[in-house]
Design a protein around this ligand. Structure first.
Ligand SMILES: Nc1ncnc2c1ncn2[C@@H]1O[C@H](COP(=O)(O)OP(=O)(O)OP(=O)(O)O)[C@@H](O)[C@H]1O
Ligand SMILES: [Mg+2]
Length: 524
């Protein structure tokens, strides 16, 4: 791999990269940075956790003129959490050079954002809904934008942001540089590419399988009613450093987070109906390790980079193969290993096989861990905790009592009692989750938008072809409108953050949570 020195970057940008701990470029960075520096339009595809953010961030920050007082670059992201995270990385990259960047997303106080805009940022990182609100209020002007980046471009389409993106891009000068990035490039992305990019270079560093190679994947066949016990056993058996559990609906996430708390796990939920303050708090706690289980809808499936996530659990099978790839990609990032389990009910096995085919990866079946395995896992953690104290030699003041006890009792019995006490017993609470309908492979209707179009080849390693030929479960069963009901007007201005008045709250970018698959399913 190339070092960053070889790209001819400015010393201040290089220094920032070094401070971030990056030594060599990743494959996607090696391929896209030189092209992006040349000003080429790009479609970049690489596995989750392989540094796509810096792949566009480095050349972008390098080319910004710090004396510029206008917005010259725009990065669009599908969710608020991702916009915040990308803004942070751009901020780090531009730290020594002194570039100014600002995150603009729904749910945050718009007045605060306007104050930020007065500081004349050169780079805006935003979610489409709130960006449009600012454009309408004339607090953001795009006339001078020279670079546009769509991170997770396919997801923004899937969420029904096409119209918003079209509107936004119609306000950006034509002779700009445009780049799209994602780990997945489903067929409909071509539409975006054709419409918004000029003679783009397709850069794909996806080898045989689309999911990241460092993730140990497995599925466990369970009945809906066994899922919660299966989850607790897995958590006990493996004691993840940090884990993300994906549920299908907001209701599911709420119930699951509460159930885990009742059983004594340190868990919280994340979904689009929480206020932005709540969302920020949950993410902060997860990032700093004050909670170790994040239960989330697909709002957390894309792009989020939290170091130390060792496990991902698909408590409910995802609807799309893309969602599977992105969800499990929250672990196994930046060269680290990770584990991903997927719960599959017997009726969902077909859909699992569909996901396997599209992602070109056979997911091995694992048995449900036994109670004994779960207990053993927990005991191991307790033992490790004891040994850590032993190593740190901080238990001096307990020695007197230890000697005293050892004079009277058997050492094995004593230690076993201490282990039992420290391991703790599962709180005895009955958990009843509202059952979710199984996800099943569906017949795809012929998709007029896709017909006659060439996909595959250099375009995403045949992923698109595959999907189409499988004839099941693809996303065009539903117009994006049906699946992700747009809530224009609904909730606008809500979501906390102190924004008052006007019709421009922009809560559309909260809608990442899965839309109902059946009329009975509640999404509230
Ligand atoms: N050259 C590098 N060397 C070491 N670490 C890197 C390098 N580039 C990026 N990283 C780190 O790798 C992690 C993943 O990067 P990033 O979030 O950009 O991945 P991604 O490809 O966008 O993944 P996703 O598809 O999930 O969005 C981050 O923590 C980032 O700091
Ligand atoms: Mg990313």
């Amino acid at each position: 791999m190339k070092t960053f020195q070889e790209f001819g970057l400015e010393p201040k940008v290089l220094r920032a990269i070094t401070e971030m701990g990056f030594e060599e470029s990743t494959p996607i960075q090696e391929k896209t940075i030189p092209l992006a520096l040349e000003g080429r339009d790009l479609i970049g595809q690489a596995q989750t956790g392989t540094g796509k953010t810096a792949a566009f961030g480095v050349p972008l920050v390098n080319k910004i003129d710090v004396n510029e007082e206008r917005i010259v670059a725009l990065i669009m992201c599908p969710t608020r959490e991702l916009a915040i995270q990308v803004a942070e990385e751009i901020g780090k990259l531009g730290r020594f050079k002194g570039t100014r960047s600002l995150a603009i997303y729904g749910g945050q106080d718009i007045v605060k954002q306007i104050r930020g805009l007065k500081k004349k940022p050169q780079i805006i990182i935003g979610t489409p809904g709130r960006l449009l609100d600012h454009i309408n209020r004339k607090t953001i002007k795009l006339d001078d934008v020279q670079t546009v980046i769509l991170d997770e471009a396919d997801e923004m389409l899937d969420m029904g942001f096409m119209d918003d993106i079209t509107t936004i891009l119609s306000l950006v000068p034509q002779n700009r540089q445009t780049m799209l990035f994602s780990a997945t490039m489903p067929p409909n992305i071509q539409k975006l590419g054709n419409q918004f990019l000029t003679n783009p270079e397709h850069v794909s560093v996806i080898p045989k399988q689309v999911s990241a190679p460092l993730i140990q994947q497995a599925y466990i066949e369970v009945h809906e009613k066994q899922k919660f016990d299966a989850l607790s056993r897995l958590l006990d058996m493996e004691s993840p450093e940090l884990a993300i559990i994906f549920g299908r609906t907001k209701r599911r996430v709420d119930e699951l987070a509460e159930a885990l708390q009742k059983r004594g796990y340190s868990a919280e939920g994340l979904h689009g109906d929480l206020s932005q303050n709540q969302r920020d708090n949950v993410m902060r706690k997860f990032r700093d390790g004050s909670i170790d289980v994040l239960v989330a809808t697909d709002v957390a499936a894309r792009g989020l980079d939290v170091s130390g996530v060792t496990h991902v659990v698909n408590f409910d099978l995802p609807q799309d193969p893309e969602s599977y790839v992105h969800r499990i990609g929250r672990t196994g990032r930046a060269g680290k290993e990770g584990t991903a389990w997927t719960f599959v009910t017997p009726r969902e096995l077909d859909h699992l096989h569909f996901i396997e085919k599209v992602t070109r990866h056979k997911i091995p079946k694992k048995p449900l861990p036994s109670l004994a395995e779960a207990l053993e896992g927990k005991q191991k953690v307790t033992a490790e905790r004891i040994l850590e104290v032993l190593d740190s030699e901080t238990a001096g003041e307990f020695k007197g009592m230890a000697i005293h006890l050892l004079e009277q009792y058997d050492s094995v019995n004593l230690l076993a009692a201490a282990l039992k006490l420290l391991t703790g017993e599962k709180k005895d609470v009955t958990i009843e989750l509202t059952p979710e309908d199984p996800i099943r492979a569906r017949k795809r209707r012929p998709d007029v938008r896709d017909s006659g179009r060439k996909v595959g080849g250099r375009y995403g390693s045949g992923w698109g072809d595959r999907r189409r030929s499988e004839g099941g479960g693809g996303r065009s069963d539903y117009g994006s409108r049906d699946r992700y009901p747009r809530r224009d007007g609904d909730n606008r201005g809500g979501g906390g953050g102190g924004y008052r008045g006007g019709s421009a709250g922009g809560n559309r970018d909260r809608d990442r949570d899965r839309a109902p698959r059946s009329s009975e399913e509640t999404l509230v």
